[in-house]
Structures are given as C-alpha cells and as structure tokens.
Design a protein around this ligand. Structure first.
Ligand code: SF4
Ligand code: SF4
Length: 402
C-alpha cells in the first residue's frame, strides 16, 4: 500500500470508528500561531491552563522525532437535549455547556485515536505516532484549521460546514508524509453576532479571546470570581455556549448521531441546591464521568451559589446561611455573602451581621461588608419617602404652632 492508498484507507477506517471528519497537514511549525500566542501573552489574555512552552505548542518536530505530518480529527457533539428539564421556584437548575454533555470527550477521542494509531501501525510497522486531545502541547484549533477541518471563526471556534462549531478536536503527529489538505476559506464575513452577544466582552475583533474575561474559563477557576462577572454568569455551572448558539452557521446543527455524547438531562441541567452539600466522593460518583468535573467540586459549588443568586432563590437561604457559618472555604463564604446580598432576605442579613463578628478572613469580610452596606442603603431608600413625610409634617406643625 503506498502513502496515497494508506491515506484513503485511513479516511475510510476513521469513518467506520465514528470519527466524523479527518484532515491532513504537514508537521511544519505554526509560525503565525506563535506570533499570536506571544501577543496573547503580552496582552495578558491567557487562561493559565495552556502549555507554557510556546515552542512546544507550535513546533511539532519538538514533540515527535522525524515528524512529517499531522492527522486532525473532529467528532461532533449534540447541541440539543431531548427531554430538557425545566427549573422552577424552589427547584432551580444550573447548566453545563454542551462540550460537557455525555461521556468525557477526552476519553472518547483518545480511544478512537488509539484505534487509528493501531490501524496505521498495522499497515506501516515502522510508523511513529503521537496523539493528543485538548491537553496536549499543540493547539487543536490551529491544526484543524490548517488540515481543512473548518475555518477559524471570530468566536474562536473551528466551524465545520457539516456540524457547525459543535465538534471536539484531536490530532496525531506521524512520521509518514501524507498529502496535506487545503485549509478552508473563512466564512464569517462581515458577521459580528458572536462578538455582540458575548456577555463579558471577551471576544476581541480579529478572532482573539481575552480568556480572563471569558465565562467558559472563569467557571473553571478555583478562586473568587471577580464581582463584575458574577451577574453575567447566570445559571452556568460550567462553561458558556453563547458565542456558539448565536452563530448562524450553527443553525440546525443538532448532531444527535453520537450516542456517547447524548446528555443525561439530570447531569447536564442539574438541580442546584443538592450540589451545595456534595462531598468529594459524592461529587465524583455523580459528575465524575463528565468533562466539566475535571477541576473537582469546588468551582461547581461556587458557581451553583452564583446561579442561586441569579434566580434570587429564597428557598436556598437557610442552606447558604449554614454554609456561611460552617464552611471552611473562604471562596464559598465570600461568594455566599454576595449571593445573600442579591437574594435579599432578612434571614440572610441577620446571618451576615452575625458572621461579621466572627469572620477572620479579610476577603470574606469585604464581601460581608459590601453586602450589608448595600442592604442598609436599600432599607434607607425604602423608608426615605416616610422620613421625608415625617419631616414635612414636623415642619408644618412647627410653622402652625408659631
Ligand atoms: Fe463570551 Fe461565553 Fe464565548 Fe466566552 S464562551 S467568549 S464568555 S460568549
Ligand atoms: Fe463567524 Fe458570525 Fe458565527 Fe461569529 S457568529 S463565528 S462572526 S459566523
């Protein structure tokens, strides 16, 4: 079998194992990407989750000896959930982004890449291969773009004509010189819908992302979320899909064919309150199979508190008060102080007054003081008309009695 025949055989085999799209590119360095990453670093737009070594991220030859080409793969994931449960008062629900529905895509893509590796080695025993998905050194998007999987869109996704941007990406570096595919034309044109719809202004013109403002990244951090973003997070407990759902290229791309990514509605749109009291073990048992659990329970619990505040869910106040008094994690106590301020019940404020006496974490104290200050101002403004009336009457009585 010559290289062209092998390439064709790989395409057919890939399809048979559930790989939706495959493309080939050379192992040449990604020079333009390197310039872009340097600019990202200078501007402070990075999430901190990336591989730090820019050479490794852009030079495939540093990752595999005698690298000749890269095989890019894409597997589509669903954009619609059947039987999507609806939240209601007392039973509010959060939402995981679509990329976290169904089985963890890292597991699925790695398994299919391993099958592809075995297929190649069976035909070329001297073949050398190195595969990666998401957490590898290379940029999945840069590889997919150059291998013609889709175009690099203004929402910083790869958009494929067949499945929209709802695709997981992975790649394999090989020492076989496959024929490269042509990159696709950019089809975003004059459209700016995703930039306009982004709740935090994280998308910068020119396909750049300020990850420090992006909800998808913020929901994965372990620290306190800056106040300016909390309202904008809404009920998202993991990730954000806004710049994808708004995209006209994603219209009618439901991608329901990969059974493995079919979401369990109770996991993809979980009830919020039960999340608050999960132990590490319970969290792992319940959410361990979905990719959104990779940072553990703390970010999800913090985001659930923010989501309960978004709904102003009064039924959650007793539990939040309990956590404010007993939870050892300052990030949770600080977020709860903000949430109780948003929900605005008397019970919440009495509890915050009490906590302020014993709280010794300076960041939590700041949150408590801010929330209590807001509450006092609100109370004052509520009684302002009455105070003004009383003063008016006092003045009139004083005037009449002269
Ligand atoms: Fe903006 Fe959400 Fe897209 Fe991030 S994922 S760029 S926050 S719309
Ligand atoms: Fe491109 Fe418009 Fe889609 Fe944004 S919304 S990715 S600009 S087509």
């Amino acid at each position: 079998m010559n290289t062209i025949e092998l390439q064709q055989a790989i395409k057919e085999y890939a399809e048979s194992i559930g790989i939706d799209k495959i493309g080939f590119t050379t192992a040449a360095p990604f020079r333009e990407l390197k310039n872009r990453l340097v600019r990202q670093q200078e501007l402070g737009y990075q999430s901190g989750f990336e591989e730090k070594d820019l050479d490794k991220r852009t030079e495939p030859a540093l990752l595999l000896d005698q690298a000749e080409s890269i095989i890019a793969i894409a597997i589509a994931y669903p954009s619609r959930m059947e039987n999507s449960p609806r939240g209601k008062k007392g039973e509010r629900r959060g939402i995981f982004c679509r990329a976290s529905w169904g089985t963890d895509y890292h597991t699925v893509l790695r398994a299919r890449l391993r099958l592809l590796e075995a297929f190649i080695i069976e035909h070329v025993p001297t073949a050398r291969v190195k595969s990666m998905v998401d957490t590898g050194e290379l940029s999945d998007r840069a590889v997919a773009e150059r291998a013609g999987i889709g175009w690099s869109a203004k929402n910083c996704s790869i958009i494929t004509p067949e499945f929209g941007s709802y695709v997981y990406l992975g790649e394999m570096i090989t020492n076989i010189p496959f024929e490269p595919d042509e990159p696709m034309e950019d089809e975003c044109g004059d459209c700016t819908l995703c930039l306009d719809a982004c709740p935090t202004g994280a998308l910068i013109v020119g396909g750049q992302l300020d990850a420090t403002r992006c909800i998808a990244f913020l929901t994965q951090t372990k620290t306190t979320i800056p106040e300016e973003f909390r309202d904008k997070i809404g009920n998202r407990v993991y990730g954000c899909d806004t710049c994808q759902t708004i995209c006209p290229k994603n219209r009618k791309k439901h991608n329901l064919h990969q059974e493995v990514f079919k979401p369990d509605p109770e996991l993809a749109k979980p009830l919020l309150q039960p999340i608050l009291s999960l132990s590490n073990r319970q969290f792992k048992e319940r959410f361990g199979e979905v990719s959104g659990s990779w940072r553990g329970k703390n970010p999800i619990q913090r985001n659930a508190i923010i989501a309960l505040a978004h709904f102003k869910e009064e039924a959650a106040v007793p539990e939040l008060v309990g956590m404010l008094q007993n939870d050892p994690r300052p990030v949770m106590r600080g977020t709860i102080a903000w949430a109780l301020g948003k929900i605005g019940t008397e019970e919440g404020f009495v509890a915050m007054e009490k906590s302020l006496v014993t709280e010794d974490d300076s960041d939590v104290r700041i949150e408590l003081e801010k929330a209590l200050d807001g509450w006092k101002k609100k109370q004052l403004s509520k009684y302002q008309p009455i105070i003004e009336d009383v003063l008016k009457w006092r003045y009139m009585l004083h005037y009449l009695s002269r």
